[in-house]
Design a protein around this ligand. Sequence first.
Ligand code: G3I
Length: 359
Amino acid sequence: MSYTLLQGTRDHRPNSPILASLSEGYLNDLARDNGKLWFGTAADIPGTAEQTDKDYLRILTNPKNFGEITPANMMKFMYTEPQQNVFNFTGGDYVLNLAEKNGMRVRCHNLVWSSQISDWVTSGTWTAATLTAVMKNHIYNLVTHWGNRCYSWDVVNEALNGDGTFSSSIWHDTIGPEYFFLAFQFAQEAVKKTGKDIKLYYNDYGLESPGTKTTAAYNLVKELQARKIQIDGVGLESHFKVGGTPSVAAQVTAKKEFLDLGVDVAITELDVRFVAAPYYTAAGEATQAQNYYDSVASCMQVGRRCRGITVWDFDDKYSWVPSAFTGQGGADIYNETLQRKPAYYAIAEAITDVPCTVC
Ligand code: G3I
């Protein structure tokens, strides 16, 4: 399956009659029409320039574009529990209110991660027992506070190294590997308290094709299931480099490995960055479009239980990439002036091209 748009065999191109009639935005509509629960995006609001950028907000809040928002930062530990047992739900509420006003889901992100943890945690003196209590209290409070306003929670984020071992974090290094299973156990208990349907996910990068790390994640799912602890899905982040994405077949195989265990999958943080400028040549954008196509096509090909596709920032204007990787950028589906790029149309084509046999 390859992306043919740029060869002109389909008419989803900029200024085509199809697009003109749709004026702007339709990836979520297409995704919904083809068996997905959402096409979504991360958004780093409030407290950033995005919050007051009318053009950005017009695109973000159009439910034809996006049916899901993931808060890029505001539900993370350092923002939600800045002092011990003092919770701040303001940023998360802002995202939830905006999403709900526009009929969008929210994937709540995240409960336990090595990064963006409050100073009082990282500089504290803990035993396994006292830090476990901190983790439990944090999970219970967030899950019960927002209830099923969260479609899902990323319970543990990025727990694994490339070689399949647990990565270092204050949680792991203080509590030991059990922290992973305890986090899901506490999340399950908190969900039970709410009496609501809230999906619990493990979210990581490097799980998009078969390999050591993917096998390790697969084994974590199996271990949770053996212990009868709730896990509903695995988030495949899908942060890629232009020209360096796994094949459609590899991405399909990795997804099927998880689906065969009975858990859902979702593409949770898709972007495809250039490792060096220029970011906007026709050839570069064509490769990038193909890369986006391949990833979305893999989610379509495995059927309905690849639940949705979320891009991590939809635009190069506010992308997280340049500040994280010097000299890299151009990763998103809208450019720095918020115009749609070929990748946008490639996604549209991937969604409509792939017969969904199990929808
Ligand atoms: O809050 C401060 C603000 O007070 C300060 O003025 C500003 C100056 O730079 O920085 C603000 O913090 C930034 C924060 O985002 C909020 O905007 C941090 O510097 C910045 O490092 C942080 O980056 C976030 C990154 O996670 C942290 O690791 C990105 O926005 C966010 O998109 C990114 O998201 C992660 C996912 O959670 C997990 N998967 C990978 C993904 C990309 O790294």
